[in-house]
Design a protein around this ligand. Structure first.
Ligand code: SF4
Length: 370
């Protein structure tokens, strides 16, 4: 047992997303791995474990806490320019080579994992809601690590946050179960899903299964959550026309109103082989999205280089509704009811009742120069 694992194991509570198994085993249903965990063993994510026949799950700490513009999540149809207080814990149920979240599972084997210990800060849901009010957040977001594996903690916080008038959101890999989505639904407003590939073999490399992610997008939409989908376009991994078309067709089949963000990869962390994604690839992906019938397609991470794909236009009359540059809102023209001011078309999403509260220069930060 390592120091990191010992500390994390103290920050736990009894899990809700669990089914009883035989001989003291439990089946965790927080994510689509559905680990059957025997007494004394851990699930794939390493942070949920069976202690004497009880599923223990993360509770009572944060490893990251940050106020950001909601555009950074990214959400484009949720309270533009809102301050989103985002919290994260440790661990993941995937093993993406460009991300460090799975390192928690290396506790005791990798010094980089042990260094995560410095990040842990004790918190209660009440303290989190109070902090959200202090920083004038309008949205609270579970992100940074995979929020599904810490669903109980998110619900504890969301109950307090909603009572304080905040909206609540997940930024997730989409490896959910229907049980987890049903559990989250009463406390959640918006769900961002990473759709990393349309090839199952790619998902297997990352530790997932394509159909589980597609099922999450479908079910989250059916449950009435506001869903936005992000595809990080990685050269040589998922940037072929065929694959982009598959993704766009799938999303448009669920709903043409789902915003699809195609974002640029840049060499990072353990994944330095592929080249950075050029703007022309993002534009190609965005055009495919539009041709497939998606009404709201956004190209991210390359501000000023992706034509109109940072902005929201009315799908009926093409009026400019929201003009963005990176995370900054430059113009906002929706009505208080979230309709186009010119033709009255309802634009789906969660919009401010008072358009005047949309901060046009993004938090009072100086406007970036590109
Ligand atoms: S959250 Fe997923 S990976 Fe972790 S124990 Fe539960 S089913 Fe397994």
């Amino acid at each position: 047992m390592t120091i990191l694992a010992e500390v994390l194991d103290k920050f736990t509570t009894a899990g809700d997303l669990v089914e009883a198994g035989a001989d003291g085993a439990v089946r965790c249903v927080a994510c689509a791995h559905r680990c059957l965990i025997r007494p004394g063993r851990r699930g794939i994510c390493q942070v949920r474990f069976n202690k004497d026949g009880e599923l223990r799950v993360p509770w009572g700490y944060v490893a990251a806490l940050q106020s950001d513009p909601i555009e950074k999540k990214p959400f484009s149809h949720v309270l533009p320019s809102a301050n989103a207080l985002t919290f994260g814990m440790l661990g993941c149920d995937f093993r993406c080579p460009y991300c460090q979240n799975w390192l928690t599972s290396q506790a005791g084997r990798d010094p980089e994992a042990e260094s995560s210990l410095d990040l842990i800060r004790r918190m209660t849901p009440e303290q989190m809601a109070a902090h959200a009010r202090r920083v004038r957040a309008e949205v609270i977001v579970s992100s940074y690590n995979e929020p599904l594996i810490t669903s109980e903690w998110a619900v504890g916080i969301f109950k307090q946050a909603r009572a304080a008038g905040l909206k609540c959101a997940f930024v997730s890999n989409g490896n959910a179960t229907p049980e987890a989505l049903d559990y989250l639904r009463p406390h959640l407003d918006a769900y961002k899903v990473d759709l990393k590939s349309m090839q199952d073999k790619n998902y297997r490399q990352l530790g997932g299964v394509l159909k589980h992610v597609l099922g999450t997008i479908q079910k989250a939409h059916e449950l009435g959550l506001w869903v936005e989908v992000v595809t990080l376009v990685v050269p040589g991994f998922n940037d072929s026309n065929d694959e982009l078309w598959d993704a766009a067709r799938f999303l448009s089949g669920v709903s043409a109103d789902i915003p699809w963000h195609v974002t640029a990869f840049h060499k990072d962390y353990h994944m330095t082989d592929p080249d950075n994604t050029p703007a022309r690839t993002l534009l190609r992906a965005a055009e495919i999205g539009r041709e497939a019938g998606l009404r709201y397609v956004y190209a991210g991470n390359l501000p000023g280089m992706v034509d109109e794909y940072e902005d929201t236009h009315c799908p009926n009359c093409n009026t400019l509704l929201v003009k963005r540059r990176a995370y900054v809102i430059r113009e906002y023209h929706l009505t208080p009811n979230g309709t186009c001011p010119k033709c009255g078309t309802q634009i789906p999403g969660i919009w401010p009742e008072d358009p005047a509260r949309v901060t046009l220069n993004g938090y009072g930060f100086p406007l970036p120069v590109y």
